[in-house]
Design a protein. Structure first.
Length: 434
């Protein structure tokens, strides 16, 4: 993570001070639960809360860790410096480090998910607005990068909306799946701590108790979380790539907003480059780079090893911070995207009626011509458009085999653009509701 691609609310989730505050709350709530169960004295549990307004000294914890070589022990030592060693002697009773570390990581991921869900709402709102704005703005659809048949810009925005909506639903499920905590002791057997402590801590922190942990919360949960982020990142790149294509000089059907004073190139003053969507393509790669390591973290030795730990210290902040930035940038790009309907029509008409070939093909078959012959007739006229710059409709009208099956009026009717947009409202109702 670098500051250039970071937003403060998401960064704050991963700050050491935030982490230590969560560690403290886990320990304090656990003490409360153990006091309720009569395992430790009530006064000791209450003493832990004396630190509720303390700003934990990150540098001091790092200093202790330099000696102990153990981060949780360093924190517990620092906590005892604030509340007193006698008062702190029951802190972490029956617990293991992973109880604190894993529960904290899941809290951080759920908080990150909440920000990302709000980010996705911004993207969805922008896509919906632009979809309705351009519901009937006709443009050419392309397959293999080649002109296919007419569609609308509104449908382009609508399909991206539907894709992002699926991504949001996946993220909601991933958030639910990751929102578990474990306070189950050294190998997850609760031998030295009552399961009711876990239930109490999880309830206080908005988590569900992990049904069965070892010394760690199972990493398939985390693998699914990061895989979901990766899919969302790919959807971002899908949208960004379409915009980058539309902004190509030869196409110029849309372009990123170019602000006053903005410069596109240090060498060529005329340039207006799709730098934001290119940046989104790169950020998507960074987010997806977390997916394979998260999948590999699922496999741990026996009840626990720490091969996953160093991975998660990196991918947790990086993937969520980069995706947060990317989603907000994407929302801005969509909101300000400059659309050129006239260029869309000009591009579609570049090959004079060629995109209506399927309508003519189907009309010939309905008029009694075999499909093989119909395809041959349409293709031979279409090739004249490709190779000679001819007008497709005029060539059809001059072809005696075509006019033997279709009247001039019937051929003319096959070039009505409205034919291709007649079900736009139906599709919009499916995507956005009635």
């Amino acid at each position: 993570m670098i500051p250039r691609y970071a937003r403060p609310d998401m960064v704050a989730i991963w700050e050491p001070a935030t982490k230590f505050r969560i560690w403290y709350e886990i320990e304090a709530h656990a003490c409360d639960a153990m006091a309720d169960l009569g395992v430790i004295p009530r006064e000791n549990a209450e003493a832990v809360w004396k630190a509720k307004d303390v700003e934990f000294d990150v540098a001091r914890i790092d200093e202790i860790e330099a000696v102990t070589k153990h981060d949780v022990i360093a924190f517990l030592t620092h906590l005892s410096e604030h509340i007193g060693s006698e008062e702190a002697r029951f802190v972490h009773q029956g617990m293991t480090s992973s109880d604190v570390l894993d529960t904290t990581l899941n809290i951080q991921l759920t908080r990150a998910a909440d920000i990302l869900l709000a980010d996705m709402d911004k993207v969805l709102a922008a896509l919906k607005t632009r979809a309705y704005e351009h519901k009937d703005t006709v443009r050419i659809g392309r397959s293999h990068g080649i002109h296919a048949e007419p569609t609308t810009m509104g449908l382009t925005f609508a399909r991206f909306y539907a894709e992002m909506k699926r991504g949001r639903e996946r993220l909601e499920n991933a958030r639910k799946e990751i929102a578990t905590g474990a306070i189950s002791g050294a190998v997850g057997t609760f031998a030295n701590i009552d399961p009711r402590v876990e239930e109490h801590v999880c309830a206080k922190l908005g988590l569900a108790p992990e049904p069965i942990s070892t010394q760690v919360i199972p990493r398939d949960r985390h693998a699914m979380f990061f895989a979901t982020l990766g899919v969302i990142a790919s959807s971002i790149e899908n949208i960004a790539t379409e915009i980058r294509h539309m902004q190509r000089t030869e196409v110029l059907e849309a372009e990123e907003f170019f602000s006053a004073g903005q410069k596109g190139s240090s060498a060529m003053p005329h340039k207006r480059n799709p730098v934001l969507t290119e940046n989104l393509t790169g950020l998507a790669r960074l987010v997806r780079s977390a997916v394979v390591p998260a999948l590999e973290n699922v496999t741990l030795w026996h009840e626990r090893d720490i091969s996953h730990s160093s991975v998660e210290r990196g991918i947790g902040p990086d993937a969520t911070i980069h995706l947060d930035f990317a989603l907000n940038r994407l929302a801005g790009v969509i909101e300000k995207l400059v659309v050129y309907p006239d260029n869309m029509l000009a591009n579609m008409n570049k090959f004079k009626g060629l995109v209506m070939s399927q309508r003519v093909l189907l009309a010939l078959t309905q008029a009694g011509v075999s499909r093989e012959d119909a395809y041959r007739l349409v293709q031979r006229n279409a090739m004249k458009v490709w190779e000679q710059g001819a007008d497709f409709k005029e060539e059809l009208l001059k072809d005696s085999e075509v006019t033997a099956a279709l009247s001039p009026a019937e051929i003319e009717e096959k070039f009505d653009l409205g034919y291709h947009t007649k079900h736009v409202d139906t599709i919009f109702a499916r995507v956005f509701g009635a």
